[in-house]
Design a protein around this ligand. Sequence first.
Ligand code: ARG
Length: 460
Amino acid sequence: MGSKLWSGRFTKSTHRWVEEFNASIAFDQVLAEVDIQGSLAHVAMLGKCGILAPEEVSQIRRGLERILARVQAGTCTFSVEQEDIHMNIEKMLTDEIGPVGGKLHTGRSRNDQVALDMHLYIRMQTVEMVRLLYELNQVLLMQAERQIDTILPGYTHLQRAQPVRLSHHLLAYVSMFERDMERLMDSYKRVNLCPLGAGAIAGTTFPIDREWVAAQLGFADIYDNSMDAVSDRDYLLEFLSMASIIMVHLSRLAEELILWCSDEFNFVELDDAFCTGSSMMPQKKNPDIPELIRGKTGRVFGHLVGLLTTLKALPLTYNKDLQEDKEGVFDTIATLTGCLKLMAPMLETMKVNQKQMRQSAEQGFANATDLADYLVDKGLPFRQAHEVVGRLVLHCIQERKGLLDCTLAEYQSFSGLIEEDIYDRLSCEQVVEARQSAGGTAKAQVLSSLSKKKDKAAKI
Ligand code: ARG
């Protein structure tokens, strides 16, 4: 009976299935270091405010430091009986230094303690995710630079649309990941708030100094409402939302890699280090890594919807439901970290089949818009030009040839406006170079965007 830290008002022990069901230690032990970091700041504040005597503070501090060393060395064993990381550590502390350890929890509840731990943890992970995104973008920028003159078909509806530079295509992803970094950095100000000192719900009767302890822990400010402090999980929803958006971006890139390395496209070859074979078909080289990145997107979305659902209509303030915030968040962090860590070297080592990309760009009438634009230059309204080129394309499909294979006489049977200079105008280079508008695929535009993105990255 007496083994639980809260057993005083109980006359019975819990049902034999309750202990394991109720416990969170299996997953919240990842919070061990931040929990101790929070306790060290809390006890220092109790000392500074005269709530604990200096000797008590140093005893507790030394005890916590010894436990921290064991946590870092990986030699701690946690017990389900102590339910969660907070009570496991408090129990270790009293085992270590005796009853004075019981003074650590003065003026504090597990409700503000767990909120603090999660803020410290997510704050750290937010920085780490920005770092991983930054590294991925460095690889994309390097490839964009390397492939500045590689041309491939750009697609709409997965049908060849207009030729583009591969660098332009890759820089589109750089833009997405830049926004992801910006979102994470913006969210930092909402994570960087200290809930400690809210107590269980209403504050505490002890003369604590919330601002001081918040500053010790590097927070920019404190939660201004104790009830909000213990029940807010918005920052976790925000983190899961941002993670979901990052996974959307990663999954689109992964999907393109999967398509591109199929024999049907044959645009890239992924390094053997990122592929696996088949147990039956000896010829297979499967793109498992991008497939897994695409596949793992589902679980991250699931965690977002899971937490939204847990929080929906939850009355204030702390409810045990909130313990369900952790596994999804921790799994999201592990998933995202794994995906970002693999995407970067996979892109770095990928071989690009420039010839095949170019050949595809030259087929499929990716220059048809340019013929229409040519007729517009000659004074034909765009709608009519579109019609003429449409008929010419149909003629070419029937004749099984491309626009550039038509003779001038053939062109002129569709429109008298077409002259000899059309051949230049419809060449792949010209089609790409003609797109000089801001953000377009012409070399000068892509180079300027590349250098702007590099400058931006250097400022992160
Ligand atoms: N393990 C709990 C959680 O993760 C810690 C807070 C427990 N608070 C309580 N009043 N039972 O939410």
